[in-house]
Design a protein around this ligand. Structure first.
Ligand SMILES: [Zn+2]
Length: 144
């Protein structure tokens, strides 16, 4: 029996159901025909975060950051690079805590950057402080 996954489209937020064997075949969204994985972290906000955290059957790794934070800016290209390697086993996403302060509060973010790994809408791990791409990849795989 082929396992199937629910994946939320980063472009239109539609929930796609996909056979696990198709994960590596650059799947397109059934609704908007955009790639479900594009190698770039997805921007989350109060309008789309619940759907992405709760409806994805793969773990979602979220970078809580802010534009005024130097270490966050240093980590951004590292996180983007990690996205290219961790997809499609993980969804990588970012929350700008300056634009979305209530999300930082909701998840108790006390310092940034903080990475939080979610599975089925629940936090399973978190790590504060800037990390390089290889460390991000290693950490995510060890926690998932
Ligand atoms: Zn779509």
């Amino acid at each position: 029996m082929t396992e199937s996954f629910h994946l939320v489209c980063p472009s239109c937020n539609a929930v796609n159901r996909l056979a696990s064997t198709k994960l590596d075949e650059h799947p397109l969204c059934g609704k908007c025909r955009q790639p479900i994985f594009n190698g770039h972290p997805l921007e989350l906000n109060s309008g789309n975060i619940d759907r992405h955290l709760q409806r994805n059957d793969i773990p979602v790794l979220v970078d809580f950051w802010a534009p005024w934070c130097g270490p966050c800016k240093m980590m951004a290209p590292q996180f983007a690079q990690a996205a290219g390697s961790l997809e499609p086993r993980f969804r990588l996403a970012k929350v700008n805590t300056e634009a979305e302060p209530e999300l930082g509060g909701q998840w108790g973010i006390r310092s940034i950057p903080t990475l939080v790994l979610f599975r089925a809408g629940r936090e399973v791990a978190r790590q504060s402080g800037a990390m390089g791409a290889q460390d991000i990849i290693r950490w995510a795989k060890s926690q998932a």
